[in-house]
Design a protein around this ligand. Structure first.
Ligand SMILES: Nc1nc2c(ncn2[C@@H]2O[C@H](COP(=O)(O)OP(=O)(O)OP(=O)(O)O)[C@@H](O)[C@H]2O)c(=O)[nH]1
Ligand SMILES: [Mg+2]
Length: 1048
């Protein structure tokens, strides 16, 4: 559109708004992102030149109020004196503009990316967006396909209500019924007004289309006739809420058909149905209508009966109907008596009836050819080359699945890179060192690491990456931007379906708490996502693993630094591998430092919070940036983005750039069951909190239960930062708080939050052995009133038809303003420049790698500990049982040893038994240790929480073994002792028995021959007995009878 001569009317309108220097397409998105005094303060509109900027500022913060700042506010005051004059001078249009003209002017001045941004945000506000943009002279206009490419919508058609599924699509690619609304000459009905009434439910006082009863809507239009706007009706899947059961696109043409014939013809051809609003039909108009084809099904006449010459007017309509041979149903009449509500109902019914007949659907993308055929220009044309390049990469994917493709074309970020991350952490922690010597283990790890690195270095540049890098390495910034955008669009739409299916299954599975399946699905989600960020990551890794210095790819950091300056995010922490390509990140940042003339003081701002709590949305709304947000795609790891600080704020803020860090959500309840999720979260939180000057803790009221864990994690991180003397400012953002009730509740809520924080801090302090810290305020400057922010929910009503809540954008803007104001007051001792920043980042990452930060998670920890104790006592019992049964056998064996053998032999036997049991115990000890290690490998029982008790348990096994060994030894010794003493006793017994026998025999032989009386005999025996047993001491006299009795 820049080649043609701009018509005078357009130029004079643009100069009225002070926009002429930006025409055509000279206003860039990037120029609006700078943080300066202007962007901070909202001044009332005091001149016409202020209006475009006020609009842009508001639309950047997604405020639905953006269209109401299109008039001068000071008008009244000036005219106060001559109010009576005012009555007669009706023509004050010099000072007024129609909002539609403003829209056209801005779209004509905006570059392709700002156009996309404006369309996206306007459609978030549920405003119509331009489909055909007039160039100021009547017939020329462009199809705004590119400008609408970024809009992605979600909806639930009624056939999916049951399954609770939904459709997510780029709206320009979706095949929808397409309805157009146009007007003949001076129709007295306001199309836009009635369309609004049809499309928006009664409760909401919202205008999709600007109409004549709105502020400025009645002002004469100067450049916007021929503008065609489009909006979409999208169902939410609830019959009692939805106006139409399916999604429908509505196009609304401004101005008379006669003035914009080209546009009308185009619209009629691409639409399923065209509604023509009219009072009467004149000859010339009838001609236009008769020239159309397929009217019967496609043309509807909407007639407004006006008092006066009703009859005459209706006659012309009747004539038209006959001439065009239109069925009666194609006529909708607003009778003189019908009021607005009745008529809009009629219109709505007519549309519904059409819907049930009309099946043919069209997407905006498919209108391309028709537009070219009819001589309209298409905004996308200039991006053809980049579209082709992106397509070439996409063709490389072909029918392959993403995981296959990634392995093939983006191999560096595959398993090797993840293994490397694990080895590097293990190098620091030596968790699996086991019994081997640490030095040996370390050198083993070193070898492993070198192996992986040399594997990585072997990869050749893949075809996909080659095209990607070639297209990035151009000096033409526009080309690069177009290419990246095309990549994003194509990749997103390619992966959208798959991802949203997976996400749905994931949500289902999470309810069933099947840990294994969740883990698999999570893995599938990671593997199935492919976005520009993966190509960027690969680019970084190509550099990270360059085999030699001065390689042809040595320009990559400079390229990435340019991208950073252009407002693209840089991946700081790879969330999939939990690793940082240090060399890459460092070199990119250093390049940036060079590029900005070594003036790179940074102010780092981070957002942390539970997954899908709207963190990225918050940053995007605050700063107008474009961190990816979507229900289907989550942020992984951490990304940094640079915002320039304007000259007027540099010294006050003490910085040249504001760096935003968007992070992966912490501990989603679903993921919490998965392995290493705590460790991952802790690393992430410690790392990013360590990097930032300001941390925003985003708390969504919907998931306040998980909040406690997030607070716990952050409390630790803050504590550690205090330990090393880094001071951070922390703000709490409470999302989805209805602002009115919040105020009365907030004192209590905030007190409660502080209590929780204090409790967390105490726990954390105990664990980090810092007894002096008792409260959260000992760690941070925390002002209960100044650091808590309530932000209402994002949507006003039920999505997808809900506009962004004005309360949301205003509260966010307010928060941003205060945040930067406090930063001004904050005299940071030494603002860090990039070199210090990256140095600090490296050491911080090292610390994170070294310390296996494990925190107390209240009940979970206790439970995890108890579980292990239970399990441990089972193993202990098995250990003991094994040894005990051996011991019983050994005892029997020792007891039964040949009595005739020497005592020495027994001693030898016991010694051999002892060494046998010692081997056995060692073996059992090994088994038990293995069980313990296996337990710690299992991951599903929060073992990471009790990691620090691992050594304790291992020591327990050692002492258990020692104890068992001692007890067995003692027992064996005892048995031996017993055996020996029994033998001694038996020997004595045997000896004495012999003596007594001999004596008895002797006595018998003596007495056999002598005639001794019984008495004498007894005396002789007693004497002999006493003599014989004199040597045996301590023998008690036994009462044999008693013994027999008691035995019996
Ligand atoms: N209902 C509602 N939806 C919101 C709100 N804020 C954000 N969303 C939506 O929630 C979804 C996720 O938002 P994101 O900004 O991507 O969330 P996030 O915290 O960055 O998510 P992760 O990066 O995955 O952790 C988007 O579809 C948003 O439109 C809110 O206040 N209310
Ligand atoms: Mg996010």
């Amino acid at each position: 559109m820049d080649t043609e001569e701009a018509p005078q009317a357009l130029l004079s309108f643009l100069s009225k708004l002070g926009l002429e220097k930006y025409y055509p397409n000279r206003l860039s998105r990037q120029s609006l992102l700078e943080i300066n005094t202007n962007s901070l303060n909202e001044k009332p509109v005091s001149s016409l030149e202020d209006i475009p900027w006020c609009f842009l500022k508001k639309i950047f913060k997604i405020s639905t109020k953006c269209r109401s700042c299109t008039q001068l506010t000071s008008n009244q005051k000036e005219n106060n004196d001559d109010w009576d004059l005012d009555l007669y001078t009706t023509n004050d249009s010099d000072n007024k503009i129609n909002p539609l003209d403003l829209m056209v002017a801005l779209f004509l001045c905006a570059d392709s990316f700002l156009q996309q941004e404006m369309s996206l945000k306007m459609s978030m506000c549920q405003f119509s967006v331009p489909l055909l943009l007039p160039h100021g002279n009547k017939s020329q206009c462009s199809l705004m396909l590119w400008a609408l490419r970024d809009i992605v919508k979600e909806w639930r058609p009624h056939d999916l209500s049951e399954s609770r599924g939904f459709v997510e699509d780029n709206i320009v690619q979706a095949d929808l019924p397409f309805y157009s609304f146009v007007r003949l000459k001076n129709c007295s009905l306001s199309k836009s007004h009635f369309l609004n009434k049809v499309l928006i439910s009664d409760q909401q006082n919202h205008n999709i289309f600007i109409h004549r009863d709105m502020e400025g809507g009645g002002v004469k239009r100067e450049i916007s006739n021929g503008l065609v706007e489009v909006c979409w009706y999208l169902p939410c899947g609830k019959e009692n809420l939805d106006i139409f059961p399916e999604p429908v696109a509505f196009a609304n043409m401004r101005g008379d058909i006669w003035e914009s014939l080209e546009q009308f013809k185009f619209l009629f051809q691409v639409s399923n149905v065209t509604f023509v609003f009219l009072d009467k039909v004149e000859e010339r108009e009838l001609e236009i209508l008769t020239s159309l084809k397929d009217m019967k099904t496609k043309l509807f006449l909407v007639v407004n009966q006006k008092e006066g010459n009703v009859k005459q007017d209706m006659m012309s309509v009747k004539k038209t109907l006959e001439k065009l041979d239109l069925p009666k149903n194609n006529l909708i009449v607003k009778k003189t008596g019908d009021n607005g509500a009745e008529f809009s109902k009629k219109l709505c019914e007519a549309i519904k009836t059409c819907l049930s007949h009309v099946k043919a659907t069209a997407s905006i993308v498919n209108m391309f050819d028709k537009a070219v055929e009819l001589g309209l220009s298409v905004d996308e044309n200039k991006t053809g080359q980049q579209k082709k390049a992106a397509k070439e990469i996409m063709d490389g994917i072909g029918v392959r699945s993403f995981p296959q493709y990634k392995n093939l074309q983006l191999p560096l970020q595959g398993d090797n890179w993840k293994t490397l991350s694990k080895i590097e952490k293990e190098e620091c922690r030596l968790k699996k060192c086991g019994d081997s010597r640490p030095e040996e283990y370390k050198s083993y790890l070193q070898d492993e690491k070198q192996k992986v690195i040399s594997e990585q270095r072997k990869y050749k540049l893949s075809k996909g990456m080659e095209i990607f890098l070639d297209n990035l390495s151009t000096n033409d910034k526009d080309k690069r931007d177009f290419f990246l955008k095309w990549m994003k669009l194509k990749l997103d739409s390619h992966s959208r379906k798959k991802l949203s299916d997976l996400r749905n299954t994931f949500k289902e599975q999470c309810k069933q708490k099947d840990v294994k399946l969740i883990a698999e699905l999570d893995q599938a989600l990671v593997e199935s996502s492919l976005g520009v960020e993966h190509y960027m990551r690969e680019m970084g890794l190509i550099y990270e693993f360059l085999p030699e210095p001065h390689h042809e790819r040595y320009h990559l950091p400079s390229l990435a630094a340019e991208l950073l300056l252009d407002g693209y995010p840089l991946e700081l922490l790879d969330g999939d591998a939990s690793n940082i390509p240090e060399r890459w990140v460092t070199d990119v940042l250093m390049e940036l430092h060079k590029k900005v003339g070594e003036k790179s003081r940074l102010l780092v701002l981070t957002v942390l919070g539970v997954q899908s709590s709207g963190k990225s949305t918050l940053l995007n709304t605050m700063f107008g940036v474009q961190f990816p947000v979507s229900s289907g795609r989550c942020t992984r790891g951490a990304y940094m983005l640079f915002l320039k600080v304007g000259e007027d704020l540099k010294s006050e803020l003490n910085s040249d750039f504001i760096v935003l860090i968007d992070t992966e959500g912490l501990k989603s309840p679903d993921m919490a069951q998965l392995e290493e999720s705590y460790e991952h979260d802790n690393q992430l939180a410690t790392f990013v909190i360590g990097l930032s000057d300001v941390t925003i803790i985003n708390i969504s009221m919907e998931n306040s239960t998980e909040m406690k864990d997030v607070l716990q994690i952050t409390a630790h991180a803050f504590l550690r930062m205090k330990e090393i003397g880094k001071k951070t400012i922390c703000h709490f953002v409470h999302q989805n708080v209805a602002s009115v009730s919040a105020d009365s509740n907030c004192v209590r809520e905030r007190k409660h939050l502080l209590d929780q924080l204090n409790e967390m801090t105490q726990l954390a302090a105990e664990m980090e052995k810092q007894p002096s810290i008792k409260a959260f305020t000992d760690v941070l400057d925390y002002d209960i009133d100044k650091t808590n922010w309530n932000i209402p929910g994002l949507w006003h009503g039920t999505p997808p038809m809900a506009p962004v809540n004005t309360g949301y954008s205003e509260a966010v803007a307010d928060f941003k303003k205060h945040l930067l104001e406090t930063m001004k007051g904050e005299r940071r001792s030494e603002p860090s420049q990039i070199p210090e920043f990256q140095e600090w980042m490296r050491s911080l990452w090292k610390a994170v790698k070294y310390k296996n930060f494990i925190f107390n998670f209240g009940n979970t920890l206790t439970q995890a500990y108890d579980n292990l104790c239970k399990e441990f006592s089972d193993w202990e019992w098995e250990f003991r049982k094994e040894i005990l049964s051996w011991q019983t056998e050994a005892e029997v064996e020792i007891s039964n040893a040949d009595n005739g053998s020497e005592m020495e032999t027994w001693k030898e036997l016991v010694e051999s038994k002892k060494s046998e049991v010692s081997k056995k115990i060692t073996n059992q000890q090994r088994i038990m240790k293995k069980k313990l290690s296996d337990y710690y490998e299992k991951k599903d029982r929060h073992v990471n929480l009790i990691e620090k008790y691992k050594t304790d348990f291992f020591n327990n096994i050692k002492s258990l073994a020692r104890e068992i060994q001692m007890s067995v030894n003692t027992r064996l010794d005892y048995i031996l002792e017993l055996k020996i003493s029994t033998k001694k006793a038996q020997d004595i017994q045997r000896m004495y028995r012999g003596v007594i026998e001999e004596q008895v025999m002797k006595l018998v032989s003596i007495c056999k021959d002598s005639k001794l009386s019984d008495e004498q005999l007894i005396q002789e025996f007693e004497k002999m007995w006493n003599d014989a047993t004199a040597d045996i001491s301590d023998l008690k006299e036994q009462d044999i009878m008693e013994d027999i009795l008691s035995t019996l």
